[in-house]
Design a protein around this ligand. Structure first.
Ligand SMILES: Nc1ncnc2c1ncn2[C@@H]1O[C@H](COP(=O)(O)OP(=O)(O)OP(=O)(O)O)[C@@H](O)[C@H]1O
Ligand SMILES: [Mg+2]
Length: 228
């Protein structure tokens, strides 16, 4: 099979001329790109250039003014809210700088939460959570609450929660931005180890060259333009 044919059958995102403004200021200027299954791509660029806004649009939590976002061939710009919510429950996962674990749930409960939303039966859920707890090295901390964890541990729990539904893509916005370099490196290693074998695509927004280096390529965001 030629690489072109592989590409056609294998796209997570096909984005065309995505345009967004806040008031009079243009934040995304005709952003276009394609992201294949399993492709790990870093996006770097100055503060305010539109990186987080792009991830919000791709995750369906913000809406662009025009253009199209095909997710596995289906245009998110035309999807009703419940379909977007469904994508976010199962196929598009996010990781953030400040973790956003639910404070009243334990690590184990936080990780299981997306499966509960999918009404997965209890036994199957427990098995899947146990596997991922061991993959991220958090078995011994499974009964802790988020405020009892270090930053690195919180991010490992957040990665487990993001991966538990076996999503097609992870949208990560500065996931090591709040960690010291050692913990940051551990999180990057973990992401690479867990995403590659499962063929999960990654869009990694980062200010760190070291973080970008785990990806296959780096794109640049500048004043709302994405240079691929
Ligand atoms: N909800 C909003 N309302 C108005 N303006 C916004 C909103 N969100 C972002 N902006 C503006 O859009 C521009 C792009 O913001 P964005 O958060 O995407 O930048 P960024 O590249 O992620 O920056 P950083 O590296 O600092 O996180 C900025 O000028 C920002 O002030
Ligand atoms: Mg940002």
């Amino acid at each position: 099979m030629s690489s072109k044919e592989t590409d056609r059958s294998d796209k997570v995102y096909q984005v065309e001329k995505l345009h967004k403004r806040y008031g009079t200021s243009v934040v995304l200027r005709d952003v276009s790109f394609e992201l294949a299954s399993g492709a790990m791509t870093a996006i770097m660029g100055p503060s305010g250039s539109g990186k987080s806004t792009l991830l919000h649009c791709l995750g369906g939590v913000d809406k662009a003014d025009s253009g199209s976002i095909l997710f596995h061939g289906k245009n998110m710009m035309c999807m009703p809210a419940h379909e977007i919510a469904e994508l976010r429950r199962a196929q598009i996962a996010s990781i953030f700088q400040f973790f956003y674990l639910l404070p009243t749930l334990t690590v184990e409960e936080n990780i299981a939460f997306p499966l509960q939303l999918q009404s997965m039966p209890g036994r199957q859920r427990k098995e899947r959570v146990a596997t991922i707890l061991s993959q991220v090295g958090m078995e011994e901390r499974k009964d802790a609450f988020p405020n009892q964890l270090s930053g690195g541990e919180q991010q490992r729990a957040a990665i487990a929660r993001a991966l538990i539904t076996r999503p097609k893509v992870i949208l990560a916005d500065e996931p090591t931005g709040n960690l010291d370099s050692q913990n940051g490196r551990r999180i990057l290693d973990l992401m690479r180890e867990l995403l590659c074998p499962q063929n999960i695509a990654l869009l990694l927004v980062t200010h760190s060259e070291e973080a970008a280096a785990i990806c296959h390529r780096t794109w640049k965001m500048q004043d709302g333009n994405l240079i691929t």
